[in-house]
Design a protein. Structure first.
Length: 239
């Protein structure tokens, strides 16, 4: 269950007690949850991507274009590290983790720059918490075969709710409940059944205030359920 996974992930925050206050836990847990999810998504093609990337060196070809086309993923990582290898080398963990982050394609590095992840890694290392966090996250299975994109949205929303509670804030300030999203999508599609069930229909879905991506994922799933041949294209507001 998504809430169970979220509770397990949040329990990792217990390792932060002492150097960190409860209202700081989310600053660590949220970016590491994203990082672990991306790690799980890339795991099945990791070895093949590294081989292909090595082949492309000095070829003058943009590796992003080739790797995205060949493996069908909108991002990639060219570092030899993954969570299991990182957790197996505690002595070099900080440097290895930075190398791992720098191995992501630029579109993903932008996300971690927003979280100031390199600075966070250095801080966790100095406070003797980095290995504890990475080791526990290495044991969290967030592979898409186990946790769908829809369920991942629930997990992230539950983490944000807990984060908001620790800051004495309202969780609703940070995300819209799925029940409300479902109603909004139902209303949005209500009078477009004939149009949206046309075979091969292409539709863009835009959320200018995307946070956890809940509105985008629910709208996508709803459209594909109505029309398995539909081709939804998702957009949010560039950061």
């Amino acid at each position: 269950m998504p809430t169970t996974n979220a509770a397990f992930i949040w329990s990792i925050a217990n390792k932060l007690r002492g150097p960190y206050q409860p209202n700081q836990y989310g600053d660590v847990i949220l970016p590491f949850t994203i990082l672990r999810r991306l790690d799980a998504i890339l795991a099945p093609t990791k070895a093949e991507v590294l081989t292909e990337y090595a082949r492309l060196q000095d070829s003058g070809i943009d590796p992003f274009v080739v790797l995205r086309s060949k493996f069908g993923l909108p991002f990639f990582n060219t570092s030899v590290w993954d969570f299991s290898k990182l957790a197996a080398d505690p002595a070099g963990l900080a440097d290895n983790l930075i190398d791992y982050i720098e191995g992501f394609s630029a579109n993903i590095r932008d996300v971690f720059d927003g979280y100031k992840l390199p600075e966070l890694i250095d801080e966790l290392d100095k406070k003797d918490r980095l290995f504890l966090i990475v080791k526990d996250f290495a044991n969290v299975d967030l592979h898409p075969d186990r946790v769908s994109g829809h369920d991942m949205g629930y997990i992230f929303e539950e983490l944000i709710r807990k984060f908001a509670e620790s800051n004495n804030a309202q969780a609703g300030d940070h995300f819209t409940p799925r029940e409300v999203i479902s109603l909004m999508v139902d209303l949005l599609y209500a009078d477009k059944d004939l149009e949206l069930t046309t075979p091969g229909i292409v539709r863009t879905i835009y959320d200018p205030a995307a946070g956890t991506g809940g509105m985008l994922s629910v709208a996508y799933d709803h459209l594909v359920e109505m029309n398995p041949d539909a081709k939804p294209v998702l957009y949010d507001l560039p950061r």
